[in-house]
Design a binder for this molecule. Structure first.
Ligand code: BGC
Length: 740
């Protein structure tokens, strides 16, 4: 009977002919990784994660404990975001889509697009950035790429899951404005522009409400405001009250709880606690997803893992950030090299937890090192104790070499999903050894392998530092591509590197309260905070050097009917081809609310031959000038002055201009009793003056504003409070009537 129905459409009619038990079973996973099948719609498999497939065929787990199939391990999102390269992220998505198809996977669980609020957050390696535009752009490209191959994605973790400790219960307490501008904006962009098949709701609570039961988040904002059409699934084990969750807008609980869950739902429908139509709506979404993405409905594909490995290397090459390069120590010439550090032989190339891939072909930096290099272990990764023998050997090696390439980073035990860090310090044995090496050889290049920000107390003494983050399985090849100059570095930091943890706004409060995480800093996250307080940083957001140099000139800013166009020229003024990421920042001086000094609103990546110059033209939509007015529940771009900066980083601004925005929203449009006298008069509007005159107020106000003190005091009084100066309430009423 149903066989022919499935060939036509999956719709409510189809759903309604299923038994209540069948429907109840569909809104929970069949097991750890599959949706439940029904006659005609097969089970569909899901698998982690952002940087490669973690397909488990035997025992499933959500923490990367049990083995998964052999798969190419791509760089972690911390590094892919540093590429600032939308095209590359799209291609990464395509490769993951191909691999997922070959492994019969319907939905890929990722990318994770949470904001790096605290540098201590244990899962920062898996996220893109501290900035929502960058996270949103990278996420959009990635999702489009995966889905172009007929594989769905689950964008995670929705929302405000910014710490790991007590992640199942703690409440992220955030102002509405910060929530919209910082923590939801990237999800909003991805939903609207890339139409992901699914969204994964996070474990935490948001302003008190568990996200799996958060109707405002899962339905009001996600569906009603943003128009999301796909399915909402839970993070693994995020559901506390399944019935409440379904009512709030959760469609699929993962992993499934089996018969218990089915019975509970059947009982809730029978008692009238859960409306059948609500259940049916979710069932329909599950079936639509399974039908669209289940392996049976996908073409069989084969893929070449070595080809994907080469692509992973390209991604790493494009993301690795050259943080420092005094006296052009890099790229390395034909020098005698001492490679120091166990991380060269046993590299950190991926994050721990659910994104852990059973990597296909790991190439360590030691294996990929040039012939003229000697290796010294220097320290052990298993603990942070200084080993005298290893230290002495490394010092002797450094003395006998032209350049020391020192590998430093966090061992995996320090940086994994499931818990947060307590410090940003690298292991003691690494820092101490480095200090020793610097005493005998000042030509030291530090190569960092870390999932997120580390304190670099020796940064001023070291001439060259390269940030490779977690570079995936081609870690060794990509590292030497940069060190030897086979590739000209072009990565830019997607997060600020503070000098000390204490400089970060969440210092002292992050993770301290088990139940509540209070986002005291509001919208001032990352560079927005450091810039507001003019706090020096080790390396700023957007920073990254090249082996060539770029000159910027001729900034032009033009307001159009619905957006602002910024154009400028960039020239490669060095001797070799290279890529630059020009970043456009906007400073809002127009609004009457607190705003960051600058916010990233546009960027692109451009490749230039030596001497080549290109004109870059970028569009800034109205949203680039907007802030979220929580009271009015809308985005507002206020008319007035904005500063437009074009930089090579957030603290290397090369061009500055101003803009008088006129296409924005004018908050003074409606005059009410709350409107301030100063704002009213500043408009110099004859209609306002006429109305004031009719109400007998014009002369009073003009006289009051005549002296400087009067002006300062009166400008600061709203219309309704003019009564304190002897004005009659009726006069104010009259004026409002005339003027509106
Ligand atoms: C993680 C998710 C992951 C899921 C399945 C959870 O612990 O938070 O990101 O997709 O496990 O492995």
């Amino acid at each position: 009977m149903r066989g022919w129905v499935i060939l036509t459409t999956i719709d409510l009619n189809f759903v309604e002919q299923l038994s209540l038990e069948e429907r109840a079973a569909l809104v929970s996973g069949k097991d750890f990784w599959f949706t439940a099948p029904v006659d005609g719609v097969p089970a569909m498999m899901m698998t982690d994660g952002p940087s490669g497939l973690r397909k488990q065929v035997d025992t499933g787990d959500a923490l990367g404990i049990n083995k998964s199939v052999d798969a190419v391990c791509f760089p972690a999102s911390a590094l892919t975001a540093s590429s600032f390269n939308d095209d590359l992220l799209y291609q990464l998505g395509e490769h993951l889509g191909v691999a997922a198809n070959a492994e019969n996977i319907g939905v890929l669980l990722g990318p994770g697009v949470n904001i790096k609020r605290s540098p201590l957050a244990g899962r920062n390696f898996e996220y893109f950035s501290e900035d929502s535009l960058l996270a949103g752009r990278m996420g959009t490209a990635y999702v489009k790429g995966v889905q172009s191959k007929g594989v769905g994605v689950s964008v995670k973790h929705f929302a405000a899951n910014n710490r790991e400790d007590q992640r199942f219960t703690s409440s992220s307490n955030i102002s509405e404005r910060a929530l919209r501008e910082i923590y939801l904006a990237q999800f909003e962009r991805i939903v609207k522009q890339a139409h992901p098949a699914t969204i994964m709701c996070s474990y935490n609570r948001l302003n008190g409400t568990l996200n799996s039961q958060n109707q405002r988040l899962l339905t009001d904002i996600l569906r009603n405001e943003w128009g999301f059409q796909g399915l909402v699934m839970s993070d693994w084990g995020a559901v506390a009250d399944h019935i409440a969750a379904i009512k709030a807008g959760l469609d699929l609980e993962m992993p499934g709880k089996g018969q218990v869950s089915t019975d509970e739902i059947v009982a809730a429908v029978k008692s009238g606690d859960l409306q059948e139509s609500t259940l049916n709506r979710s069932v329909l979404r599950v079936l639509k997803m399974a039908k669209r993405f289940a392996a049976e409905n996908q073409p069989a594909v084969r893929y070449d893992k070595e080809e994907q490995h080469d692509f992973a290397r390209k991604v790493a090459d494009d993301g690795i950030v050259l943080l420092k390069n005094d006296q052009d120590l890099l790229p390395l010439k034909d020098q005698k090299l001492a490679i120091v550090g166990e991380l060269a032989a046993k590299p950190r190339f991926e994050g721990g937890g659910s994104s852990h891939v059973n990597a296909h072909h790991v190439v360590s930096p030691l294996a990929a090192a040039p012939d003229q290099a000697s290796y010294y272990q220097g320290y052990t990764l298993s603990d942070d104790q200084v080993d005298d023998n290893l230290t002495q050997e490394a010092i002797a090696g450094a003395q006998n070499s032209d350049v020391v390439v020192f590998f430093a980073g966090f061992p995996e035990e320090m940086e994994t999903e499931g818990f947060d860090k307590t410090s940003l310090a690298l292991p003691k044995n690494q820092n101490q050894l480095l200090e020793e090496l610097l005493k005998v050889n000042s030509h030291v290049v530090v190569v960092l392998q870390n999932g997120s920000v580390a304190e670099l107390p020796w940064a001023d003494q070291v001439p060259a530092i390269v940030e490779t983050y977690l570079a995936g399985e081609p870690v060794g090849e990509a590292t030497w591509d940069i060190l030897l100059g086979r590739v000209n570095p072009s990565g830019k930091l997607a997060e600020s590197f503070p000098i000390r943890l204490e400089d970060n706004p969440t210092y002292g409060t992050f993770g301290k309260n088990h139940d509540e995480e209070n986002y005291y800093e509001g919208i001032f996250v990352g560079y927005r905070y450091y810039d507001l307080h003019a706090i020096p940083v080790r390396f700023p957001f957007g920073h990254g050097l090249s082996y060539t140099t770029f000159a910027y000139r001729d900034l032009a800013i033009k307001e159009g009917a619905d957006s602002v166009t910024v154009s400028f020229k960039i020239k490669n003024t060095g001797k070799r081809a290279g890529k630059e990421v020009p970043q456009v920042y906007v400073g809002n001086h127009a609004s009457r609310v607190e705003t960051p000094v600058r916010e990233l609103r546009q960027f692109t990546k451009v490749e230039l031959a030596p001497g080549e110059e290109e004109t870059i033209t970028l569009d800034l939509p109205r949203r680039a000038f907007s802030w979220y007015n929580a009271k009015a529940k809308r985005w507002e771009a206020d008319n007035g002055e904005y500063v437009i900066e074009v930089g090579s980083s957030s603290r290397d601004i090369r061009l500055t201009g101003t803009l008088q925005l006129t296409i924005g929203y004018d908050p003074n449009q409606t005059i009410t009793a709350e409107t301030y006298v100063g704002e009213l008069m500043a408009r110099q509007d004859p209609a306002i003056e006429a109305a004031l005159k009719k109400a007998g107020l014009l002369e009073i106000i003009k006289q009051a504003l005549a002296s400087p003190e009067g002006k300062a005091i009166f400008a600061n009084i709203p219309l309704r409070s003019l009564t304190m100066t002897g004005v009659k309430h009726q006069q104010i009423e009259d004026f409002l009537q005339h003027v509106n």
